[in-house]
Design a protein around this ligand. Structure first.
Ligand code: MOS
Length: 749
């Protein structure tokens, strides 16, 4: 049985539980100084005057950097690339860093409240933080646009993105709607949210001559390398980015934000390594957020529930400094087989920090609207919500008119419904009670695209029999170390205990951003190919060696098993892989691989699908909502590791509980500043908020998607969950909540 797929423990588990896994702020550098950012207190205007004398005179202060004295950069806003990366980049643009415009102390302009406007560097963190309080800034404030209703009066079309056009359509939606027996026309809203990884954003910058090393917590070491290089006008080879562990990212560490370059500016100014760690409150503004959305969903169906028209119009908030589009319509474009469809994406610009990718950007927010609307339609039709979805099952990609690489959604509905006990549901709202407690059952479809990008890897066998395999990828707590070790062990024919997989360093072969749930599908094939190439080299070396028991055999005559090369015809003829290395001179034997996607994406539409079923318990007096159980069934291709896969999907569902019931960045719209910028007031689910989460992974074979058959499981878990909760809340109470999060006050009134 192959090691790939087995639910082995994380190979880095011991490091984590013993606290010896080194996170970015924990790298020990001699003579390190500490930088603290000073943030603007107005949303828009100019810095009229700065008085840093008091701060500069404080003990231990090494520098106070502002736009007046900071070194001039080659690119004043970092990269000029607009939303060019992440999962949405063009294949031919994969070298462009996915970086919004940065604010790097290059000008006096203030674009949003909380923007870094000064940087205090001192010999201790406490002294830097203290002095940061004493930098005096005077502003020439200008009227800021912080009213979404007003911003909507000047809507803009987003710049076209590959796979993400601002407008799409097929058939004639208006005519189909006129003829439809049943219609719903509904408005859904989702709030601004912040990512809140447990590990805050942190960078240590060190210059050695004109070479820069960044210890940075990031989902994209190569992106950070390119952004830093562009900022300082240096070739990327002069920048090294190191990141062996990431304590959660959720998209906020997929782009390189201002503080990364600011740490390097500070290190240059004080001629010492500089550590810059954002505190929790500083992470609300300068490092991205999920934008707020307003989505209109119009559905038309015949009496049997067959959809004739889908219309999905999205407005999402963006920022003056740079654009980001929350692509909510992506789900509606592919999920159901409607003859006519019309979608649009529009942007409403606010004077806030630039929004960014967060936990299935588009699919999470879009599926809330679409899957709520489908439930509302099911009630109008007096039809079971699962039956309605089956009646509109898309047998092929309805937009591209090409087959799916694989799709097991029917089996997901069946397996999920069976495990949940859906057949026992009384559809009448309020009909299922447990004493005074209102009980609701709701469901929704889940989906996320199967993304892939080019990636490289190297594999080397050392004379001691250890295989070192490297790729410049990331482990966000997701299991990359473990899964890549499994893939390498399998391809090499070695026990996993002899594999040392390494990642998180730009001196390694390049891998793409760990976003868009694409790490396994991108890096996995590169690791697989490098390990295969190494195995082939070992076989070639052994069979060419006149003293080897395998001498003279052809490549196909030799097998690699458990660290040995073995003659297929006669297993007594065998040699240890380590012996092959020592006999060949003792230098490591090395093989490289570069894995790119072929044209399969043109021929097949590649998505993961699932179905999620939720039970809610609501206190009728105070409106509190508990979710005692969730069942999620998913078709995600081949499972790489049963344990980490279940953990990923479970984690996604927990995000969904947060999105559905708790998460909202509460802005004071007079000032454009978050008022709940801490983990006491910004609610995320804790253990007590999560009931039983039951994950089913259905058997699915996908021969088209990549050589591993893996679709990626990072984000699909969140999709559909907020809608399933909203649908369950309606079932329990008869109240339809179309505005996230579904808090007790909305259920009570
Ligand atoms: Mo994910 S939001 O693509 O890091």
């Amino acid at each position: 049985m192959s090691i790939v797929g087995q639910g082995i423990d994380r190979v880095d588990a011991r490091l984590k539980v013993t606290g010896t896994a080194t996170y970015s702020a924990e790298h020990k550098l001699p003579n390190v100084a500490y930088a603290v950012i000073v943030q603007s207190t107005i949303p828009k205007g100019r810095i009229a005057a700065i008085d840093s004398a008091a701060a500069e005179a404080m003990p231990g202060v090494l520098a106070v950097l502002t736009h007046q004295n900071a070194p001039r950069l080659a690119k004043p806003h970092g990269s000029e690339t607009k939303q060019g990366g992440g999962e949405q980049s063009k294949p031919d643009q994969k070298q462009s860093p996915p970086t919004p415009k940065l604010t790097l102390l290059q000008e006096d302009r203030v674009y949003y409240n909380g923007q870094p406007v000064a940087l205090v560097v001192a010999d201790t963190f406490e002294r830097a933080r203290d002095a940061a309080q004493h930098v005096r800034l005077r502003y020439a404030a200008e009227p800021a646009l912080l009213d979404f209703a007003k911003a909507k009066q000047k809507l803009r079309r987003p710049e076209p993105q590959p796979e993400r056009p601002s407008d799409t359509g097929r058939g004639n939606v208006e005519r189909s709607l006129q003829r439809a027996a049943t219609r719903v026309d509904l408005l859904y809203t989702t709030p601004m949210e912040n990512h809140n990884p447990i590990e805050p954003h942190a960078t240590i910058a060190q210059w050695e001559g004109d070479r820069l090393t960044l210890y940075d917590t990031t989902q994209n070491i190569s992106g950070a390398q390119r952004t830093a290089a562009l900022s300082f006008g240096m070739p990327p080879e002069q920048v090294r980015v190191v990141c062996p562990f990431v304590g959660g990212g959720f998209g906020s560490k997929g782009t390189t934000w201002s503080h990364v370059v600011l740490a390097a500016i500070a290190a240059k100014a004080v001629q010492r390594p500089v550590k810059l760690v954002l505190d929790r409150t500083q992470m609300y503004g300068p490092v991205g957020a999920r934008p707020l959305t307003e989505q209109r969903l119009v559905l038309g169906a015949n009496a049997q529930g067959k959809l004739a028209a889908i219309r999905h119009d999205t407005i999402s908030s963006t920022a003056t400094l740079d654009d980001f589009t929350e692509p909510c319509t992506s789900v509606s474009r592919i999920l159901y087989a409607s003859d006519s469809l019309q979608t649009s994406q529009r942007l409403a610009t606010l004077d806030v920090g630039v929004p960014t990718y967060m936990r299935a950007p588009g699919e999470a927010s879009g599926s809330f609207a679409l899957e709520s609307a489908l439930d509302e339609l099911a009630y109008r039709l007096k039809m079971d919500p699962v039956a309605l979805r089956l009646a509109n099952y898309a047998e092929k990609d309805p937009e591209k008119d090409i087959p799916w690489s694989s799709k097991s959604l029917r089996e997901c509905y069946r397996a999920g419904a069976e495990r949940f006990g859906w057949a026992r549901r009384n559809p009448k709202p309020g009909a299922m009670r447990d004493g005074r407690t209102l009980v609701g059952w709701g469901m929704a479809t889940a989906t996320y695209p199967a993304n892939r990008k080019g990636a490289k890897a190297v594999a080397a066998l050392l004379p001691d029999g250890t295989a070192v395999v490297r790729s410049g990828s990331h482990d966000l707590g997701t299991g990359t170390y473990t899964v890549m070790s499994q893939i390498a062990a399998d391809a090499l024919g070695m026990p996993i205990s002899r594999i040392r997989f390494q990642l998180g360093d730009t001196t390694m072969p390049e891998a793409p951003v760990s976003g868009g749930s694409q790490t396994v599908a991108s890096v996995g094939p590169a690791v697989h190919q490098a390990a295969r190439a190494l195995r082939d080299k070992l076989i070639a070396t052994a069979t060419a060696d006149t003293a080897s028991p395998l001498h003279g055999l052809g490549a196909g005559d030799v097998n690699a098993v458990d660290g040995w090369l073995v003659a297929r015809a006669d297993p007594s003829r065998r040699v240890q892989m380590s012996t092959v290395v020592t006999r060949a001179g003792g230098q490591p034997i090395v093989a490289n691989a570069s894995a790119e996607q072929g044209d399969e994406k043109k021929r097949y539409s590649m998505h993961a699908f699932g179905a999620v079923f939720v039970e809610v318990h609501i206190d009728p007096d105070v409106g509190t909502i508990h979710v005692p159980r969730v069942v999620g069934a998913y078709g995600i291709g081949r499972m790489m590791n049963a344990k980490t896969t279940h953990s990923q999907l479970m984690g996604g569902i927990v995000w969904g509980l947060g999105m559905g019931l708790m998460e909202k960045t509460e802005m004071d719209w007079r000032f454009g500043r978050a008022v709940n910028a801490n983990l006491a007031d910004y609610h995320v689910p804790v253990n007590a908020d999560c009931g039983a989460i039951d994950i089913i992974v259905v058997d699915e074979e996908d021969k088209q998607i990549n050589e591993l058959g893996a679709k990626g499981v990072g984000e699909i878990g969140i999709t559909g969950v907020a809608a399933a909760i909203a649908n369950a809340v309606y079932h329990a109470t008869g109240k339809r909540i179309r505005d996230l999060p579904i808090t007790p006050d909305k259920v009570m009134v």
